[in-house]
Each structure stands twice: as structure tokens, then as C-alpha cells.
Design a protein around this ligand. Structure first.
Ligand code: 2NE
Length: 275
């Protein structure tokens, strides 16, 4: 697969090819923990993929293996830059900007697939969780650590986890901070498939190609419909935005705009009041 590099970043790698974007967290010496800079770059790459009309599927993964042979998807917030009020960037400002990234991944009208090799831990576990689909390598390890390291994610990290694996299991994951292997993750519905680590990217590309053969608007509306079920008014806004988009695409919708521009009353007579 001939990935073409899109842009140079410090903490991530960003590629595109044949309708697929691949975004790679590239801090393997930290098990791909994110600092504010990492998150700003991830946000930038996801925005680029969102705006690119050729891109339908985004693969999110972690660089690896590290020199010690271990793999990581992401080990969450970089604890070495955690200050009193968040993760501190070069500008000295404490942030939890990963929450902005979570919302973007969730609402981006394209399919985001997490390819998880090695550790998906803490805020890194939440990142895979909010992706539309997760494919795990056989060496993947999943878990939350918040109550052990003095943190928690009570947003998607708790409520959406409970939607995915059920209330009892979600509480177990957060309260005990255990680690779960790929098969256990598959059994609890936390991932879609487990493959040998060397086949992880190829599997992701196969899934992406299958999705790309489908109707973009159908996939878009389905994603927002799945979100609307959990996301309250923000979810309804997303779903309704798609209804507006579809309406704009109709002649009936265009007639209203055209009449305004031509300074005449709109003529909706030929459009039926469907049952
Ligand atoms: C991921 C895990 C289980 C891996 O263990 P192991 O034994 O394979 O590796 P090791 O030796 O712990 O880590 C390798 C190097 O990566 C650094 C380590 O400090 C170590 O560095 P050196 O000693 O070689 O210099 N490293 C790993 N994870 C890091 C991290 N998150 N921050 C900074 N450095 C990290 C094991 O490493 C682990 O448990 N990591 C910590 C996981 C964690 O607690 N993450 C934060 C959760 S809180 C969060 O993410 C969050 C939130 O709750 C709410 C909002 C935003 C973020």
C-alpha cells in the first residue's frame, strides 16, 4: 500500500492513499502517550481528513514496536507533563485537549477505525473506544488506570464504555484497573476483530476498502444516528445537520433559496405532502 505522507509533524505521522487516511501516534518511547502537542497535531490531521472529500475512512494507530520490542496504541496522557490543572504544553498552559479530539473523532462524518497493537491504556483506551470500529492485534492489551494514577474520564470514557460493554463490565474496568487481552476484549464486545499483529494494518485496509464501496451519505447518516442515541442534544444536532444537508440536495430545498435570490415568492406547489 503506497502511503503518501501528507504533512510533517513532531509527534504524529499522517498519510493518505486511495480514500484512506492513516494517523499514527509516534511517541513509542512513551508507549505513545499524548502530550498537548500530540493532541493538537492529531486534531489538525483529523480536520484535514474531514475536509478532504476523497477520504472516507481514517485509520488511527500507534507507531511501533519500540526498541524494546513492545507495541502500543496509546498509553493515555503523558504523566511527565501533567501539571496541577491538566497536561502542560510548551506554552505553560495546562489542558485536557484530548476531550476536543474525542468529540471530533466521534462526530467526523467518516468512519474511524482504531488499529490497536499493544497497549491501549488510560486515555489511550478511551481513544480506541470512541472510534467507530476497533481491530486488535493478538498482542493488544486494554485497560483504564485512572483511579490508580489520580485521574478519571467520566465522559465518553465512562458512559460510552458502559454502552459498549454494559454497566457491570464498565464498572469493573474502571474500579479494578485490570488489563484485558485481545480475546477478552473481543468477548466483551470492545473490539470488532482480533488478528495476528503482522496482519493488523492489512486487515484495517481491507475493512476500509469494503466501507469505501458503500454510499457515503448512508454511512454518514448511520454514524450520526448511532451517536444521536447516546449524545443528547449534541447528537440530535449532528443527525439533524444531515437532514438539512439532504434537504439542500433536493430541488424543493433549492427552490426556496432560488426564489429568495430572484426576489420572487417561492413556488413549492409541485412538491407533494408525502404520506
Ligand atoms: C502502558 C503501560 C502499562 C506499559 O507498561 P510497560 O511495563 O510495558 O512499559 P513502561 O516501562 O511502564 O513504559 C515505558 C516507558 O514509557 C513511559 C514510561 O515511563 C517508560 O519510560 P522510561 O522509564 O523508559 O523513561 N510511559 C508509559 N506510559 C506513559 C504515560 N502515560 N505517561 C508518561 N510516560 C509513559 C505502562 O507504561 C503504564 O501503565 N503507563 C501509564 C498509563 C496511564 O496511567 N496513563 C494515564 C491515564 S490518565 C489519562 O490518560 C487521562 C485521563 O484519565 C483523563 C483525561 C486525559 C487523560
Amino acid at each position: 500500500f503506497n502511503w503518501e505522507k501528507v504533512k510533517e509533524y513532531q509527534d504524529i505521522l499522517y498519510f493518505k492513499h486511495q480514500g484512506i487516511a492513516k494517523i499514527v501516534i509516534n511517541r513509542p518511547h512513551k508507549r505513545n502517550a499524548f502530550r498537548p502537542q500530540t493532541v493538537f497535531e492529531l486534531y489538525d490531521a483529523f480536520c484535514d481528513a474531514r475536509e478532504d472529500q476523497k477520504i472516507g475512512v481514517i485509520l488511527l494507530t500507534g507507531a511501533g514496536p519500540h526498541t524494546d520490542g513492545k507495541y502500543a496504541f496509546c498509553s493515555g496522557g503523558d504523566q511527565s507533563v501533567r501539571g496541577k490543572a491538566g497536561y502542560v504544553g510548551n506554552d505553560g498552559v495546562p489542558r485536557l485537549n484530548v476531550l476536543d479530539l474525542q468529540r471530533l473523532i466521534r462526530t467526523i462524518p467518516k468512519v474511524v477505525i482504531a488499529l490497536v497493537a499493544g497497549y491501549a491504556i488510560g486515555g489511550g483506551h478511551v481513544l480506541h473506544l470512541i472510534c467507530d470500529l476497533s481491530i486488535a492485534a493478538d498482542n493488544a492489551i486494554f485497560g483504564q488506570t485512572g483511579p490508580k494514577v489520580g485521574s478519571f474520564d467520566g465522559g465518553f470514557g465512562a458512559s460510552y464504555l458502559a454502552r459498549v460493554v454494559g454497566q457491570k463490565k464498565a464498572r469493573e474496568i474502571w474500579f479494578l484497573c485490570r488489563q484485558y487481552n485481545a480475546q477478552e476484549a473481543l468477548d466483551m464486545g470492545l473490539v470488532n476483530k482480533v488478528v495476528p499483529v503482522e496482519e493488523l494494518e492489512a486487515e484495517g485496509i481491507d475493512w476500509a476498502k469494503e466501507i469505501l464501496a458503500k454510499s457515503p451519505i448512508a454511512i454518514r447518516c448511520l454514524k450520526s444516528a448511532f451517536n444521536a442515541d447516546c449524545d443528547g442534544q449534541a447528537g440530535l444536532q449532528e443527525l439533524a445537520g444531515n437532514a438539512t444537508l439532504l434537504y439542500y440536495l433536493t430541488e424543493e430545498g433549492a427552490e426556496g433559496k432560488q426564489a429568495f435570490l430572484e426576489k420572487r415568492p417561492p413556488n413549492f406547489n409541485e412538491y407533494p405532502w408525502l404520506p
